[in-house]
Ligand binder design. Structure first.
Ligand SMILES: Cc1cc2nc3c(=O)[nH]c(=O)nc-3n(C[C@H](O)[C@H](O)[C@H](O)COP(=O)(O)OP(=O)(O)OC[C@H]3O[C@@H](n4cnc5c(N)ncnc54)[C@H](O)[C@@H]3O)c2cc1C
Length: 341
C-alpha cells in the first residue's frame, strides 16, 4: 500500500472534529504508513488526541494565522504539509474548509483530487499490491461510481458521516513543526452568521429526519390555513424526538412568493435535487407530495415513512416503506401527545 497523509484542521477548541476522526479511521483501514498533517492555531492537543492511532508521523503547521478557514492560509499550510510528508495518497475530511482549499493544493502539487468520496478502500478489499479505489455518487446520488487514478499525489476528500469515527485514548504525540510563511491575505474572518431561524433545526447527527412539505401551509378541510399550528406541531416534534428538520422546495420558496410561511424553515432545510442529501436512520415526510426531485435527496435515509391525504401521492409509488393516508395535523397532534406522555 502507498503511504498516506491524513490532512486535518483543528476545531475552535483545538480538538480534532468528528469528520477528521472518520477520515482517520478510513486512512488506518488502508494499511499503508500513515502520516498525520495538522493545521490550526494550536495542534498539540489534536495530535495527542489521536497519538494512539498508530500513525507513524505527526506534522503540523501551527499559528494564529492558520486558525481561521481562509483559502490562502489553508492552501499554503496544506501544500507545505503535503510536500513535507511526500505521500502518494492524501486523505482529508470533506469539511467546507478543506473542500475550498484542497482542490487548489492538488493543482499546485501536479496531482489530482476527488471530492465527495463516500469511501476509500483497496479494490475488492484485496491485500498488498492492490490499488485504492474511491466510491462516490453522481447525478444527485442516482448513480454510484467506483474509480481509481494513476496520478499522484491523489487527494481524496471524504464526505462526513460515511464511516464510524476512530476512537481511542489520548497519549503524548511527538509533533514535527512545518514552518510556513503566512501568505498575504485579503480576507479577514470577522465571525459566524447562522441562517435566520429562531432555533437550530438542522441536526446532521440526528437519528430521525422530519420533512415538512407545502401542504402544511395550504387550506385545510375547514377552508382555512393553519400555519401557526403547523409550526407549533413541527417544532414540538423536533424538540421531543431531537429530530432534524428538512423541507420540500415548494415550502421554503413560499417566503419569496408572499404565501403563508413557516418561520422555522430556510433554504438550508431544503432536501432534494437542488437541496441536501442528509444521512439519517429514519425519515418521516409530512404534507409533502414525494416528487422525484425531492425524494432523490432521501437516498441515504434508511427507513422512510410519509403522511399524506392523497393515496396516489409520490410516496405511494415505491418511494416510502410506509404511507399513512391521513391528515398530518391529526397524526402529529397525536404523536406529540404520545411523546410528551
Ligand atoms: C430542477 C428541479 C429541481 C428541484 N429540486 C427540488 C429539491 O431539491 N427539493 C424539493 O423538495 N423539490 C424540488 N423540486 C420541486 C419538486 O418537483 C416539487 O415541486 C416539490 O418537492 C413539491 O413540494 P411539496 O410536495 O411540499 O408541495 P406540493 O406538491 O404542493 O404537495 C403538498 C402535499 O401536501 C399534502 N397535504 C396537504 N394537506 C395535508 C394534510 N393535512 N395532511 C397530509 N398531507 C397534506 C397534499 O396532498 C400534497 O401531496 C425541483 C423541481 C425541479 C424542476
Amino acid at each position: 500500500m502507498e503511504n498516506i497523509l491524513l490532512l486535518a484542521h483543528t476545531e475552535a477548541d483545538g480538538s480534532l472534529g468528528k469528520p477528521g476522526l472518520e477520515a482517520l479511521a478510513t486512512a488506518l483501514s488502508l494499511g499503508g504508513a500513515l502520516t498525520v498533517g495538522l493545521v490550526g492555531a494550536s495542534t498539540q492537543a489534536a495530535a495527542d488526541q489521536i497519538a494512539a492511532s498508530g500513525a507513524a508521523r505527526f506534522l503540523a503547521v501551527t499559528g494564529e494565522s492558520f486558525a481561521q478557514p481562509r483559502y490562502a492560509t489553508d492552501a499554503a499550510a496544506a501544500e507545505a504539509l503535503c510536500r513535507a510528508a511526500d505521500c502518494q495518497i492524501v486523505l482529508a475530511p470533506g469539511t467546507s474548509r478543506w473542500a475550498r482549499a484542497l482542490p487548489g493544493v492538488a493543482y499546485r502539487l501536479g496531482g489530482r483530487v476527488d471530492t465527495h468520496a463516500t469511501s476509500l478502500a483497496l479494490a475488492n478489499g484485496a491485500p498488498a499490491g492492490s490499488v485504492p479505489v474511491v466510491t462516490r455518487w453522481f447525478y444527485r446520488q442516482r448513480m454510484e461510481a467506483v474509480l481509481s487514478r494513476t496520478q499522484r499525489p491523489w487527494v481524496v476528500l471524504l464526505d462526513p458521516g460515511c464511516v464510524a469515527p476512530w476512537t481511542g485514548t489520548a497519549a503524548a504525540a511527538a509533533v514535527e513543526a512545518v514552518s510556513v510563511e503566512p501568505p498575504a491575505t485579503r480576507t479577514t474572518v470577522t465571525g459566524y452568521r447562522a441562517p435566520k431561524s429562531d432555533e437550530q433545526t438542522i441536526r446532521p447527527d440526528a437519528k430521525m429526519l422530519l420533512v415538512a412539505g407545502a401542504g402544511w401551509t395550504k387550506k385545510q378541510a375547514d377552508g382555512a390555513v393553519h400555519a401557526a399550528e403547523a409550526e407549533q406541531l413541527i417544532l414540538g416534534f423536533l424538540r421531543k424526538a431531537q429530530a432534524s428538520l428538512g423541507s420540500s422546495k415548494s415550502l421554503v420558496d413560499q417566503s419569496g412568493e408572499g404565501e403563508a410561511v413557516l418561520t422555522c424553515l430556510t433554504h438550508m432545510n431544503q432536501v432534494g435535487q437542488t437541496g441536501s442529501t442528509p444521512r439519517h436512520a429514519k425519515g418521516l415526510s409530512t404534507c409533502c407530495h414525494g416528487e422525484e426531485p425531492h425524494v432523490v435527496g432521501w437516498r441515504f435515509v434508511n427507513q422512510r415513512r410519509a403522511i399524506n391525504l392523497d393515496a396516489g401521492c409520490g410516496w405511494a409509488r415505491g418511494k416510502a416503506d410506509v404511507l399513512y393516508v391521513a391528515d398530518a395535523f391529526e397524526v402529529m397532534r397525536r404523536v406529540n401527545a404520545l411523546l410528551g406522555a
